[in-house]
Design a binder for this molecule. Sequence first.
Ligand SMILES: Cc1cc2nc3c(=O)[nH]c(=O)nc-3n(C[C@H](O)[C@H](O)[C@H](O)COP(=O)(O)O)c2cc1C
Length: 176
Amino acid sequence: MKYSESEIQSDLKQAMRVYPQGVTVVTTRTPEGPKGITVSSFTSVSLDPPLILVSIARSSALHDPLSKSTNFVVNFLADDQKSVSDRFAGRVDVKDKFEGLRSTMGVTGSPIIDGVRASIECEKWNVFPGGDHSIIVGRVLSVKTDGNKRPLVYFAQQYTTTELLEYPAPPSDMVW
Ligand SMILES: Cc1cc2nc3c(=O)[nH]c(=O)nc-3n(C[C@H](O)[C@H](O)[C@H](O)COP(=O)(O)O)c2cc1C
């Protein structure tokens, strides 16, 4: 039976919907002011040197500013920042996405949003083509975390957060 490209795309979308992902807002400074986009396709890449990546749709308004930027910040949203995610995903009709939102300048000059679970400040290291997305790799310059907050998670097209599963301590002779 033929498995068409559109069937693969549809199956991939369905599988990705049930893959829980943390929610970040990637921010940068542009000549027109600070900009940001909600991004879940974030991962760490390397420790030496310290590298992370985000994957940004070529069709996104933030694609070119981020690809051309010299630096950016990955803000990990906390579980009480659903409205921040919606705003930077273009789901809220605001002219300036930073309006009424508190943020501070990090070491790179890109904004760190107040109240986030963690922030990772980066200088752009490289940009790789990735189909209809671009893979933007950043070299990490500075990291801050707030251990008292729970992360915002996107799962099954809804926001949720983590619940820790507690297992009994493994037997002392267990070999991994
Ligand atoms: C939870 C969530 C995760 C997202 N992850 C990504 C992503 O990893 N890469 C991306 O390019 N767009 C991602 N998007 C979509 C962009 O946030 C959205 O298309 C973009 O911000 C549109 O904003 P605009 O219409 O104001 O330009 C995500 C949206 C949501 C709600």
